[in-house]
Design a binder for this molecule. Sequence first.
Ligand code: COA
Length: 333
Amino acid sequence: MQARSAILGIGHYVPSRVVTNADLAKLMTTSDEWIVQRSGIRERRFIEHSGIGASDLALPAAKMALEHAGLDAKDVDAIIFATLSPDHNFPGSGCFLGHKMGLPGVPALDVRNQCSGFLYGLSVADAWVRAGVYERILLVGAEVHSTGIELADRGRDVAVLFGDGAGAAVIGRATNDAQGIKAIRLHADGSGARDLWLEAPASAYDPRLTHEMLDEGKHFPAMNGKQVFRWATEKMPEVVREVLAEANVDVGAIDLFVPHQANLRINQMVGQKLGIPEEKTVKNIEKYGNTTAATIPLGLSEAWREGRCDRGSNVLFAAFGSGYTWGGAVVTL
Ligand SMILES: CC(C)(COP(=O)(O)OP(=O)(O)OC[C@H]1O[C@@H](n2cnc3c(N)ncnc32)[C@H](O)[C@@H]1OP(=O)(O)O)[C@@H](O)C(=O)NCCC(=O)NCCS
């Protein structure tokens, strides 16, 4: 019989430096009131000093996930690293993480699917386990946004939304019949690629980055917020309905909903459309902002440790982000 995959362990890590909305208001024209009303965010974490990359945040999250799974680093057969803020342009952050974990020879794949990165990685890990290619996969989502956003008036629409953090999961064979990844659905639509993107450095330009581009801020993310909002509130419920149908699970049987945390208003609208009560929904955006690929594993890890889910719980994931990319998954822990 084909192996089924499961989440064997989960972990997270956030840097210690808390940056409040009031702190940001010292750097740009914004206010706590504007940020809370529009997004629900009250504070976020930033790395303590420069020199800390996505793989550095991933390392403690990975150790926590391995410990939760009762495994050691040497048990990892493959690494999947989802990030839009890799330590360096290349090689992938998975290579840096594998080296820091002392795993020479272990394959490392980077996934570039932004806020949906963890779910894209989960799909690859699930397929690898089911096909018998690798047995235990370390799947990480980690982001250092704070060094890549424009902390000034020009970048304020994006800068107030994002924070640094990491989450990690160990994906391996299910150990009982109930447990496992029941269904995953992924989507992308590049017609919205420029609605949320970081334009340069770019292989489409020669040279990839000029002083003019730096002056224009093309190395900072740019976003059409209203358009992203519209798409997210439509596509997240749509993909959840698809994945619940594929898993043959009723929405009422979901014990915990872990949506991507981009905007509290988006998640409230998604929850209402689906009929999922707030008490079953993870909400940590007020503490961390949007941590992109880290958000889903970070949310699950915290919820698990708070006792909001346990082995046997039915968990629903949903994400939407740059690309556009979006996805959903149903997992029994
Ligand atoms: C970004 C977002 C919070 C903006 O909320 P909004 O209600 O659409 O706000 P608007 O764009 O109408 O902006 C209103 C005003 O606030 C200003 N503004 C933008 N950022 C600001 C900030 N940080 N502080 C204060 N004012 C700000 C705008 O310039 C605009 O001013 P104007 O009316 O004089 O032009 C919202 O569109 C959103 O959350 N979109 C989705 C973003 C997202 O999910 N991104 C990640 C996807 S993974």
